[in-house]
Design a protein. Sequence first.
Length: 311
Amino acid sequence: MPVTNYPYKISVAICTYNRARFITKALDSLSNQNFDKNNFEVVVVDNNSTDNTQELLKTYQKDHPSLNFRFVTETNQGVAYTRTRGAMEAKGEIVAYLDDDCMAESNWLNEIAKFYNSHHEAMSTGGRIIPLYLTPIPKWFGKYFWGLVGNYDQGKNVFQMQGVRYPSGANMHFRKTAFEKYGYFDGNLGRSGKSLMAGEEKAMYLKLINANEKVYYLPHVIVHHHVEENKFDKEYVKRHSMGIGASERLMNKGSFVKLSIKFFEYLAKLGFAIAYGFLYLLQGQLSKMSMLTKFRWWVIEGFINPEKTKG
C-alpha cells in the first residue's frame, strides 16, 4: 500500500558495501544537519558487507539516540537493489540519496526541504558533488574523467533538467510518489560485486523526464565525495568505462535503431577524442591523449560485448 501520511519530511537513504572507513563520516554529516531531527530519518541499506560495517552501524545507533536512524540488509547484490530497498523502506515524503563515501554540508537537508516546499511541481532534484581527493591526481586525469571521481557541477543556477541531463546518484532526491508512480531502479543495471555497470540512475530519470515530470538541479545543495587511490587505477578505469557501454547496450536492447544510433554516437565520440587528443599531444600531455582515447574505446568495447564487464 502506498504511504500517504508520511511521518517524516525526508528519508535519507545511504547504500553501503564495505565502506566501514567512511560510513561514520557520512552519518556524522547527517547528525550535524541544521534541520530538525524530528523531521527526517536515516536508513542505511547494507549490501552484504564483509568488513565491520554492521558493528559500526550498531555502535552508531546506540551512541546517537536522538537520530532517527536504522539499518537493514539487502541480500540481492547490486547498487540498484539497495537504492530500491532504500526507497521502499523510506517513510519520508522525500527520499534523499547520499553515497556512503560522501559528507553532506550542514544545510543539505534544510535546502532540499525548502525547495520542495516552494516547488510543488518538483518530482526530483539533484545537487552539486565536490571531490575530496585523498591521493595525488595523476597526469592523465582531466575533465572528461570527472564522472569517474563523482565531480558533478552543472553551474551556479537552479534550472530544470531535460533531455539526457539528470542528477548524479551520490546527491539525488525524489518525492516518494515518484517510485509509487514510476517504479524503482532496474536491478539489471548498476554496480554489483566486481562489475562496474552503470545506468540505473539514468534509466530511472529517463522515465521521469519522458513523462514530463519536473527535475531540477540545485547548485547550493552540496555533498563532498572522498576519492581514493583506486579510482585512478587504470584497470579500474577500464572496467568503469566498459560498464558505461554495457549499460547503454542493455538499456537499448530490443531496438536495432536505438542500438545503431548509440553505436555511431560512440564512434563519433571516439573520433572527437582522437582529434582532441592531438591537442593534448601538442601541449606535451601524451598521457592525457592516451587515456582519453582508451576511455572512448573501452566504452565501445563494453557496448559491443557487455558479457566482458561481468565480475
